[in-house]
Design a protein around this ligand. Structure first.
Ligand SMILES: [Zn+2]
Ligand SMILES: [Zn+2]
Length: 325
């Protein structure tokens, strides 16, 4: 067990405070806890308390992925990146690390998941490489596609949604498409992470050609999609676009766009997009290098505004056909 007896407050008291923070906790309640973890970690990112502060930022990543004060978000990300860099390269004799087995976690589950970092003496859990792994996962939840080497693996039920929807977008549905598309549309995200919000809007775009085709005979499907998209757009944040012209993703292939729609919604899924793109192998530093494929364009608010706008235009023209019929 790593000695944390010199840490005040004690780790279990810290963990109690972290557990009381929800996605939409007020900044004055959450930010001091974030800043305590971030400054503790930044002060000594490879130090003997690093695992405590990483556990804290994993636990607070739900709050950090929603609407944190920008200063708290930046401090947390910088500290987590420093820890990933400092600890990730340490030599160890383990063939695998526990965090890798958790890649099927949903973003929702990550901040409530017990990483074991505070509660175990298991040397594989406390191995610096495992601590670095959790730091990278937390970075990816807060700022998708800005960190490499997240283990690949979308949650199984996301995979099953991709299969069902790919039947529809490829025009061989094996479930009632009216029902599937309405359920998807009504499942719009509440206090989403950037990945969940982007995923929802990308899925709506991938399926809109089908929804406006003559295969759909109930305008309720279109109404639900329009309502869901409008709600989702209202949740986009106002961070500026950092991309050059032409760097926003191509959404011309509904089959790929449909896959991306669900892969965007978890760290393991986003790692599949990175792997498909070859992004993971290009650089081992763990930091995004913008000189090639800016995959973070998938979660860019400006890209998503444009995509939602295109989708709404198509859905509303589909609606007009009901009105003239
Ligand atoms: Zn190890
Ligand atoms: Zn952009």
């Amino acid at each position: 067990m790593i000695d944390t007896t010199d840490l005040t407050p004690a780790p279990d008291q810290l963990a109690d405070a972290w557990r009381r923070i929800a996605r939409n906790s007020p900044a004055q309640q959450a930010d001091p806890l974030v800043m305590q973890c971030a400054s503790g970690l930044a002060a000594d990112p490879g130090g003997k308390h690093a695992h405590v502060w990483v556990a804290g930022l994993v636990a607070l990543s739900g709050y950090l992925a929603w609407r944190p004060e920008r200063a708290a978000e930046e401090a947390a990300l910088a500290a987590l990146r420093a820890a990933a860099k400092e600890l990730g390269g340490r030599p160890c004799e383990h063939e695998e690390h526990p965090y890798e087995a958790q890649v099927g976690l949903l973003e929702d589950d990550i901040w409530t998941f017990d990483t074991g970092l505070l509660t175990t003496a298991d040397e594989q859990v406390l191995c610096p490489v495992n601590v670095a792994g959790w730091a990278r996962v937390a970075v990816d939840v807060i700022a998708p596609f800005t960190v490499r080497r997240i283990p690949v693996g979308a949650p199984e039920h996301h995979r099953s949604y991709i299969r069902t929807l790919s039947g529809i977008v490829n025009d061989y549905p094996y479930c009632d498409p009216h029902e599937v598309l309405t359920d998807e549309a009504e499942d719009h995200p509440y206090l989403p992470t950037r990945g969940e919000l982007a995923g929802y809007l990308v899925t709506m775009n991938a399926t809109c050609w089908y929804a406006t085709s003559e295969r759909i005979t109930d305008r309720g499907v279109l109404d639900a999609m329009i309502e869901g998209i409008e709600k989702a757009v209202s949740l986009l944040d106002d961070r500026p676009c950092t991309h050059a012209p032409g760097e926003h993703p191509d959404t011309g292939d509904p089959d790929w766009t449909n896959q991306v729609g669900y892969l965007l919604r978890s760290p393991g899924g986003r790692a599949e997009i990175s792997e498909y793109d070859g992004w993971d192998e290009k650089d081992e530093e763990g930091e995004a290098d913008q000189e090639y494929e800016p995959l973070d364009a998938w979660v860019c608010p400006e890209f998503l505004h444009d995509l939602a706008e295109k989708t709404l235009v198509e859905l509303k023209s589909g609606l007009a056909a009901y009105e003239t019929a």
